[in-house]
Design a protein around this ligand. Structure first.
Ligand code: ZN
Length: 501
């Protein structure tokens, strides 16, 4: 046991307490809080954020960390304690590299940028957004420059922030393969827009009954309502205080049954990850999911690999029919399976189908690469965006609101974040491939027995929280690092069958 680590604990506990309050306020503001609360509550949030920051970023913690990084102290630490120290050290270094006055100016810019983006999107006015975007890019380049190691490319610094160990080299290979194999499939499918009908999903589905169905679906995949809750919000999300308080949300549309169903399976997948983190680390800095990509792999594993498979619906579809006997009267499980896998190139990432989803991410990735390699003018971005949509998906936005302005991430300075969305899907497919070699996954699904699948993920991924990073989790679980081939194989196979290619 390390006495120095014991001294660090009260600091960690205090920081956790502030974080808990912030998570709760955040959850509340997205679900229950009245619309006009924001400006007033924000003042308290500001103070709490400051305290949360100061509880960790202070000279005492800095000294303890320096000591804990010595060889002598490292030897006394357990696996989890080492991971906590490493995590904390990274946070410290990242923040220390940026001069405080620049950090503060950047925070002010962020606060200003969000409403500008919102207005630009609403009024379809990219010119309004461009100057702010240019400023944000300049800051991102500057901050990445502070962290840049010798020989490291600027955009790799940004990628590493969100997905440790992932570089342009890995992503170029991933997206290159994806493009080569799937652009032809997408173009073939465009020729058969009527092969699959989605009429059965477009009837009128009572929202109160959808809510009951959503709860049933969450329970079906194993979401534990003794340690979790489900609320309603404009955009579904998952958050957690620890592994005994995990919160998911859902949203409902009367004429889009699949939206609520797949949102609850998706968020349920995120929720199961957090519920599965082991008790001894849940209240520490490594107590949440490993990374954004790893988290997304779990939600997409449930949503797509399981939830959009034929076997998943075999024991389930009759039960869904009991919720909506009239609307689903005469619909077969086969028709339902095909409807929920309908694919067509579209303009909006968040509404994309499983096949075309990663292309939206790839386009964003290619543009971000151009920005950080320094060979593009911000005012030219909408034209580049539209040209890429035409090339890869065969569709062109009619305006920038449904084009380059659709996502808020850049206005929050989140460059290097998007690839994790596509990585999540590919990691899910890699895990799915491996799991099927280990156990009869499809047989379990047909029997409505999801426990062995859940247990596999808990055992290999969830319990470790952020103590292991993506590449290590994949290596330890599947015997190899990230390999995009399984994802490409999975999509090609699935959509060739569905669309009789
Ligand atoms: Zn997600």
């Amino acid at each position: 046991m390390s006495e120095t680590f014991e001294k660090l604990k009260p600091h960690l506990d205090k920081s956790r307490a502030y974080q808990t309050a912030l998570v709760l306020l955040n959850f509340d503001s997205s679900t229950l809080a009245p619309k006009e609360a924001v400006a007033f509550t924000a003042q308290s949030i500001g103070i709490l954020s400051g305290e949360a920051y100061a509880s960790l970023i202070n000279p005492e913690v800095k000294e303890l960390l320096a000591e804990l990084c010595t060889e002598e102290e490292q030897e006394k630490l357990s696996f989890n304690e080492k991971a906590i120290v490493k995590e904390l050290k990274k946070t410290f270094e990242d923040l220390e590299l940026i001069p405080p006055e620049e950090y503060q100016a950047y925070q002010i810019l962020m606060a200003k940028a969000a409403p500008v983006w919102e207005e630009a999107k609403e009024t379809n006015n990219y010119a309004l957004y461009a100057p702010v975007l240019e400023e944000i890019i300049a800051y991102s380049k500057k901050f990445a420059g502070y962290k840049q190691k010798e020989g490291q490319k600027l955009y790799d610094v940004l990628l590493d922030q969100f997905e440790e160990g992932f570089t342009m080299e890995i992503l170029d290979d991933f997206f290159g393969k994806l493009c080569e194999a799937l652009v032809p499939v997408v173009h073939e499918i465009r020729k058969k827009p009527d092969l699959i009908s989605i009429d059965c999903l477009r009837k009128t589905y009572d929202i109160e009954i959808q809510k009951k169905l959503s709860r049933f679906m969450a329970e079906y995949i194993g979401f534990d309502f003794n340690r979790g809750v489900m609320a309603e919000s404009a955009h579904p999300f998952t958050t957690n205080l620890h592994n005994h308080d995990v919160r998911i949300t859902n949203h409902y549309y009367e004429d889009k049954l699949e939206d609520a169903i797949f949102s609850v399976i998706h968020e349920g997948g995120h929720g199961l990850y957090e519920l599965g983190v082991s008790d001894d680390i849940t209240l520490t800095p490594i107590g949440g999911g490993s990374s954004m990509g790893m988290h997304e792999s779990q939600s997409r594993f449930y949503e797509n690999c399981l939830g959009r498979s034929y076997e998943f619906w075999l024991p389930l579809f009759d039960k869904v029919k009991e919720f909506f006997p009239e609307q689903l009267n005469g619909v077969t499980v086969d028709e339902f399976y095909r409807a929920i896998n309908y694919a067509a190139p579209s303009l909006i990432r968040t509404a994309a189908d499983e096949l075309t989803y990663s292309f939206h991410v790839m386009i964003r990735y290619e543009i971000e690469k151009m920005i950080f390699n320094g060979d593009v003018d911000v005012k030219d971005l909408p034209a580049i965006w539209n040209q890429k949509y035409e090339e890869y998906l065969g569709v062109v936005p009619e305006n920038d609101a449904e084009g380059i302005l659709q996502d808020m991430h850049w206005s929050g300075g989140m460059f290097g974040y998007f690839p994790s969305y596509a990585l999540g899907s590919a990691i899910a497919a890699q895990l799915f491939h491996y799991m099927q070699k280990k156990m009869p996954v499809k047989k379990y699904l047909s029997e409505g027995n999801l426990a062995p699948i859940r247990e596999f993920l808990r055992e290999n991924i969830h319990q470790y929280g952020a103590a292991k990073k993506t590449q290590q989790l994949l290596m330890d679980t599947t015997g190899e690092e990230f390999n995009p081939d399984y994802y490409i194989e999975y999509l090609t196979d699935k959509y060739s069958k569905l669309y009789e290619l």
